[in-house]
Design a protein around this ligand. Sequence first.
Ligand code: NAI
Ligand code: A1CAB
Length: 257
Amino acid sequence: MASLTPILLLGAGRMGGALISGWRSAGTFKDADLMVRDPHPGPEAAVLAQPDDAGLAQAKTVLLAVKPQLWRAAAAIAPHLAPDAVIVSIAAGVGLNDIAQAFGGRRVARVMPNTAVAINQGVASLYAPDPEARARAEAMFAPVAKVVPLESEDLMHAATAVAGSGPAYLYAFVEALAAAGLEAGLTAEAASDMARSMVIGSAALMARSDEDPAELRRQVTSPGGTTQAALEVLTPPLGPLMTDAVAAAVRRSRELG
Ligand SMILES: NC(=O)C1=CN([C@@H]2O[C@H](COP(=O)(O)OP(=O)(O)OC[C@H]3O[C@@H](n4cnc5c(N)ncnc54)[C@H](O)[C@@H]3O)[C@@H](O)[C@H]2O)C=CC1
Ligand SMILES: O=C(O)[C@@H]1CCC=N1
């Protein structure tokens, strides 16, 4: 693999900022290895170089991290990039061939990360038929995420729906559980503390356990007990609801391209 730095973050908002934080804490890149092009960069990017158009030619790798609706405007920098610059896109739904075309035929990798890259515990699905683009994307994401290679680009929609959007489903679950605790008589503070701490502890337990989630669930569920009573309410709708939710995110990912 050729040198992948300096890396230009084309867009440094929430996801670009999460990556900068993750790279900093993992020691993956020095700040001097990173540059930013963003009219309103987030706080994580504040100390990074913001090259003028001539300076863009220094970038060896470009991380495309703007909203999918804005990516074509962002790609207007293409004529200023070095001919051998490689594009690594995290934009949901935007196809590899479209990106390659907009960036003058440069090599492209697609990655779908999630915000937990900020603490080096993300998951990042990767699709890149070009070996050099794949190697660079792996070098960027492996230090901060579990990298999951995809065999076909079409699977990127499902990866987005499960792992990219997934953190929001979990946070929505915590919100709903805390609201239900309040309804059941707890104070707002106690309900929130319980819901948050329960998810954090249970996720940590899953991380350390060799058991799959179904077995961990069984370990909590006493026959005829409270958990079984709650799961009998929750589980029948949860399966089909989750299937519908993931299908809705897949549909939206297809539309965004
Ligand atoms: N937020 C998340 O959890 C995830 C987001 N993504 C993808 O990451 C991309 C960015 O999402 P967020 O960081 O959430 O959005 P964001 O809105 O927080 O950040 C986007 C940044 O792009 C900048 N920008 C807008 N136009 C630009 C241009 N022409 N040139 C350069 N920069 C420009 C904005 O100022 C902003 O700072 C999206 O394509 C999204 O699909 C992927 C995985 C997870
Ligand atoms: O909501 C979105 O469209 C982006 C993609 C995955 C997470 N956030």
